[in-house]
Design a protein around this ligand. Structure first.
Ligand code: NI
Length: 404
C-alpha cells in the first residue's frame, strides 16, 4: 500500500515550492563550492564544505570514500535508491563574469559539478525534513574525480552500492544545450564509452639538412594522424557512431633537428564498450603499421581508466520522465539523442539499474550560454531548485516502485 502521507509529502508542486524556498541556501552552497574548485582526488576543501552542510542538517555519512568522496543517507532499511553528484573541477582558468569567481588559480568548476553537489545538498535537506515519510533509504553519493580518475568506479569498489543494496540510481548533469526549466534524457545508451590514448612514434634523430642519416618520426607521425581518420570513414557503419580525435602532437623543438620521437595523444569514443575496444585495436594496428612503413616504431598505450557507456535502463527512464513532467510540465521534457561525451556515472549503471538526466541551464539573460569546459561557462542558478526537486521526487518515486 502506498500510504497517502507518503504521496502527499512528495507531491511535485509542494516539493518544487519547498525547493524554491530553499534556493538561497542551495545557491549559497553552490557559490561556496564554485570558489574552491579542486581537481581529481584533491577535493579536500570541497568535501569539507559538503560535510559541514550535511552536519548542519543532521545527516549521517561515511567519509572518506574514494579519498574525498562522501556516502550520506536519509531514511532506513530497504529498498534503497541512490542519488549521485560529482564534485571535481577542471584545470581551466575561469573567465566568467561572476562575483563568486574561482579563488584557485588555474582551476574552475567549468562543468557545473559545483551545481550538481549543491542540488544534491538541497535534496538532502528536503529529504531529511520528510524522512519519516520515506519508504526506505536514500543514499546521497558525492563523488570525486569524474573528469578522469574514474571516481565512480572507486566509489563502487568501496561499497557505496551495498549495505543496503542500491536498487536504482539517478544522476543528472547541467546541460547548456537545453533551456532552463527543461529536462532531457532517453532510454538506452545516453553517453559514450570513452578512452584516452598516447602513441609514441620513435625514429632516429639527426641533422635536418641530412634526413637520409635520420629516421624522421615527424613525417611518420603525420601519416599516422591522417591514416587514423580512415577508421571512422571506412570501417564503421555510417549509421553507427564513433570518434577518433588526435588532440595533441608533441615532438622536436628546433628548426634544424629531426627529433628522436613524437608523441600523439587523443580520445576514442563509441556508443558501446565493444565499439570502443574495436577503435583501440585498430588505432594500435594502424599506428604500428604506418610507423613501420616509415621505418619507425609506434607504441600505443591507454591513458587512465576507460569509461563505459552510460546506459539508461528503460523503466528508470520512463519513471524519471513522468517525474520530470510532473515537475516542469510535459512539453518541457524531451527525449534527446545520445552524446559522445563520457561520464563515469556509467560505472554505476553498469552495476545497478538507473538513469542519467540532462538538466537545462541555458539562459541568454543570465549569461549561461557557453558550453561546459569553456572558461566563460556559467550556470543559470534558477535551475538549481529544479534539480533539487527532481532528485527528491526521483528518489521517492523509485522507493515507491521498488516497494510495489
Ligand atoms: Ni561534467
Amino acid at each position: 500500500m502506498v500510504d497517502s502521507t507518503s504521496r502527499a509529502s512528495f507531491d511535485a508542486k509542494r516539493i518544487l515550492a519547498e525547493s524554491q524556498r530553499a534556493a538561497p541556501w542551495i545557491t549559497d552552497a553552490r557559490r561556496a563550492l564554485h570558489q574552491c574548485p579542486e581537481l581529481m582526488y584533491q577535493e579536500f576543501e570541497t568535501s569539507e564544505i559538503i560535510r559541514s552542510r550535511l552536519d548542519e542538517l543532521g545527516i549521517a555519512y561515511r567519509h572518506p570514500v574514494a579519498t574525498t568522496g562522501i556516502c550520506a543517507w536519509v531514511g532506513r532499511g530497504e529498498p534503497c535508491v541512490a542519488l549521485r553528484a560529482d564534485i571535481d573541477g577542471l584545470p581551466i582558468t575561469e573567465d566568467a563574469d561572476v562575483p563568486f569567481r574561482s579563488r584557485n588559480r588555474g582551476k574552475m568548476h567549468a562543468c557545473g559539478h559545483d551545481a550538481h553537489a549543491a542540488m544534491l545538498l538541497g535534496a538532502a535537506r528536503l529529504l531529511k525534513e520528510r524522512e519519516s515519510s520515506l519508504r526506505g533509504t536514500v543514499k546521497l553519493l558525492f563523488q570525486p574525480a569524474e573528469e578522469g580518475g574514474a571516481g565512480g568506479l572507486r566509489m563502487c569498489e568501496e561499497g557505496v552500492l551495498r549495505d543496503p543494496d542500491v536498487g536504482r540510481i539517478f544522476g543528472m548533469h547541467v546541460w547548456p544545450m537545453l533551456p532552463t526549466g527543461t529536462v532531457g534524457g532517453r532510454a538506452g545508451t545516453f553517453m559514450a564509452a570513452t578512452g584516452f590514448f598516447r602513441i609514441t612514434v620513435a625514429g632516429k634523430g639527426g641533422h635536418a639538412a641530412m634526413p637520409h642519416y635520420a629516421v624522421d618520426p615527424v613525417l611518420a607521425a603525420s601519416h599516422v594522424v591522417t591514416s587514423l581518420q580512415s577508421i571512422i570513414a571506412r570501417e564503421i557503419d555510417p549509421l553507427a557512431s564513433g570518434v577518433v580525435s588526435v588532440t595533441a602532437v608533441h615532438g622536436g623543438d628546433a628548426c634544424n633537428v629531426i627529433p628522436e620521437s613524437v608523441t600523439l595523444r587523443g580520445t576514442l569514443r563509441s556508443l558501446s564498450s565493444a565499439g570502443l575496444h574495436y577503435l583501440q585495436q585498430r588505432v594500435r594496428e594502424i599506428a604500428s603499421s604506418v610507423a613501420a612503413a616509415h621505418r619507425c616504431q609506434a607504441e600505443f598505450a591507454g591513458i587512465d581508466t576507460d569509461y563505459p557507456a552510460v546506459v539508461n535502463e528503460s523503466e528508470s527512464w520512463h519513471a524519471a520522465r513522468q517525474v520530470a513532467e510532473s515537475l516542469v510540465g510535459e512539453p518541457n521534457v524531451a527525449e534527446i539523442p545520445p552524446v559522445m561525451g563520457g561520464e563515469d556515472f556509467a560505472f554505476y549503471t553498469d552495476r545497478v539499474p538507473g538513469c542519467f538526466l540532462a538538466l537545462g541551464i541555458h539562459s541568454a539573460e543570465s549569461g549561461a550560454v557557453h558550453s561546459v569546459h569553456h572558461p566563460k561557462f556559467q550556470v543559470d542558478e534558477r535551475a538549481l531548485p529544479i534539480g533539487t526537486a527532481l532528485h527528491v521526487l526521483l528518489a521517492a518515486r523509485a522507493l515507491d516502485d521498488l516497494t510495489a
